[in-house]
Every structure is written in structure tokens, then in C-alpha cells.
Design a protein around this ligand. Structure first.
Ligand SMILES: NC(=O)c1ccc[n+]([C@@H]2O[C@H](COP(=O)([O-])OP(=O)(O)OC[C@H]3O[C@@H](n4cnc5c(N)ncnc54)[C@H](O)[C@@H]3O)[C@@H](O)[C@H]2O)c1
Length: 276
């Protein structure tokens, strides 16, 4: 079969390649013939072209990881993430999901040329982004990792438990960056997974409540798999996606569509999480 997705021989970077969706993404890209460079906090067992240990909470490790990969990069997959909900310090969640992810992307951009693409895994948990665009636009004006963290430390009320706000920020940043990046021929998109069976799921169920998580999986009737989520991001960064940029793609078995058309009542969904 011809290489319609266009990954054969391409140099790609996957953050979060140790487990879950990042691991599944790296695996799929290897199958498609890409030269896969992995980044994670924990060592990845896949036969990658290279692996570099980074901590997305520490910009120096991000810079060292990208410098060690070097060369031309065709695609970046931002898959690493940390849950919130009190399971981790909110600012750590914000660092991993937004400040570190944006910094990583900014370190990779000088290595990208026309035709390159970036995708980040956001979340349906960030669906409140449109309610506070002015707040997010303040954050978008900040520069670098330190700028994002200074803003977050001054706005702890907005950051709250960390997860929802950081995922909203990824969604707004994706849409904000697309217009300037496409002038250089570079695309940027993000995905919104529905509940997915990965190591992160135990924390989601413990913090948000299993009933709330299950309600978001209702249209599909099950949790998605890491491989299904990998399919969404690999498609977005592929040659087939042509001029698709600034897109926030639900990979959710119909959750967002059902919500938008009133077939899932979010307030009822939240009430179900309250103790009887
Ligand atoms: N599982 C779900 O239901 C779900 C739903 C919506 C969005 N997401 C998002 O999907 C992405 C992938 O998560 P997953 O479900 O595969 O979970 P996961 O826990 O399997 O994967 C997260 C990866 O990020 C890495 N990571 C964590 N902290 C890091 C740090 N400080 N530096 C570098 N790497 C770090 C972990 O080692 C791991 O490999 C995350 O961004 C998550 O927020 C997950």
C-alpha cells in the first residue's frame, strides 16, 4: 500500500512515550516507518531511534532533550500529561500539561520547516475554555516557561486544581498559534479524548468519581483504547491532513456531539457524582 499518511522516513518526536496514548502513538509511528524519538520522565521500552529522559516541570531538561535529538523534525506529538483533581500539586499539573508542553514545542519549532506539524493531546476536561478566553489570552501573551509560571503563580484561583485549566490553555494556545505558524507552513492541532483505559484512569476515577467518567463514555458505551487515541493524533499530523490547522478534534465516540445537541445533560452528569 502507498504511504498515504506520509510518515515513512519522517523524523518525529513523541512526548509521554512511556505509557498510555504516547506509547501507543510511538508504536503506531514505528509501524508506519517513521524515525521515532521519544521523551518521557520514565524510560520507554520501545525500539525507538532515541530516547531522552526529560521532566516537563524542568525547562533545562526539555532543552537538553531537544538539543540531543537535533536535526530536522517533521512532526511533534505532545502526549505527556499529568492528572489534577488534588492528586498532584496544581502547579505541577500546569507545568506538565501547558508550560512545559509549550516550552517543548517552542524548542522544537526552530527544527521544523514547511510541511511540519504539531499535535497535542488536550481533553474534554478542557471544554470550558470558551467561558474565559480573555483570561487565557493573558496567559498566551506570556513568554517561555518562566513567563507562564509567573502568570500561573499570580492566578492560582484560575489554575484551581490544575487539570481543567491546563487543558483549556492547550486548546486556546492551539487555536491562537495556528494563524502565525501556517505562514511558515507549519500546522498545529489538538485532540480531545473521551475516557480512555490508560494508567491515568485510576486517578481520574478516584478524583472525579467513576460515575462522571462513565457518563462521558456513554455514547460509545465503553472507554476508548490508547490505540484509538493514537489514531486520532497520527491522522492530524499526517500528510493527509493537508491544511488542517487550529482544529480541536474530539476523539470521543460522540461525547461532544451528544453534549452540544442536549443528549447529555452536563448538570445531570455532575449531580450523579454527588453522594446520594
Ligand atoms: N486517559 C484518559 O481518559 C484521558 C482523557 C483525556 C485526556 N487525556 C490526556 O492524554 C494524555 C496521555 O495520558 P494517558 O491517559 O495516556 O496517561 P499515562 O499516564 O499513561 O501517560 C502520561 C505520560 O506522561 C508522562 N509524564 C508524566 N509526567 C511527566 C513529566 N513531568 N515529564 C515527562 N513526562 C511525564 C508519563 O510518564 C506517561 O508516559 C495526557 O495529556 C492526558 O491528560 C487522558
Amino acid at each position: 500500500m502507498s504511504d498515504v499518511l506520509g510518515y515513512a522516513g519522517k523524523r518525529v518526536i513523541v512526548s509521554g512515550c512511556f505509557s498510555g496514548m504516547g506509547e501507543a502513538t510511538a508504536r503506531l509511528l514505528l509501524d508506519l516507518g517513521a524515525e521515532v524519538h521519544g521523551l518521557d520522565f520514565k524510560e520507554c521500552a520501545l525500539p525507538l531511534a532515541s530516547f531522552h529522559q526529560i521532566d516537563l516541570r524542568d525547562p533545562a531538561t526539555i532543552e537538553a532533550g531537544i538539543a540531543a535529538i537535533g536535526g530536522k523534525i517533521d512532526a511533534l506529538f505532545n502526549c505527556a500529561g499529568l492528572p489534577g483533581g488534588g492528586a498532584f500539586p496544581p502547579l505541577d499539573t500546569f507545568k506538565v500539561n501547558f508550560a512545559g508542553t509549550r516550552h517543548l514545542t517552542e524548542c522544537v519549532l526552530p527544527l521544523m520547516g514547511a510541511g511540519a506539524a504539531i499535535v497535542s493531546i488536550a481533553s474534554t476536561g478542557g471544554l470550558g475554555w470558551s467561558r474565559r478566553i480573555p483570561v487565557h489570552m493573558e496567559l498566551m501573551q506570556t513568554r517561555g516557561f518562566d513567563g507562564a509560571m509567573a502568570w500561573a503563580e499570580a492566578h492560582l484561583d484560575q489554575v484551581a486544581e490544575g487539570y481543567a485549566f491546563s487543558k483549556e490553555a492547550v486548546i486556546v494556545w492551539t487555536q491562537f498559534s495556528c494563524a502565525s505558524l501556517i505562514k511558515r507552513g507549519i500546522r498545529i492541532n489538538c485532540s480531545l479524548p473521551s475516557p480512555t483505559q490508560t494508567p491515568m484512569m485510576d486517578t481520574f476515577q478516584a478524583t472525579a468519581g467513576k460515575e462522571v467518567i462513565d457518563a462521558a463514555a456513554e455514547p460509545l458505551g465503553r472507554y476508548s483504547t490508547a490505540a484509538e487515541q493514537a489514531g486520532g493524533v497520527v491522522l492530524l499530523n499526517s500528510a493527509l491532513a493537508g491544511i488542517v490547522t487550529g482544529v480541536v478534534l474530539p476523539v470521543d465516540g460522540g461525547f461532544m456531539g451528544s453534549l452540544a445537541t442536549g443528549q447529555i445533560d452536563i448538570s445531570k452528569m455532575m449531580r450523579r457524582a454527588e453522594p446520594a
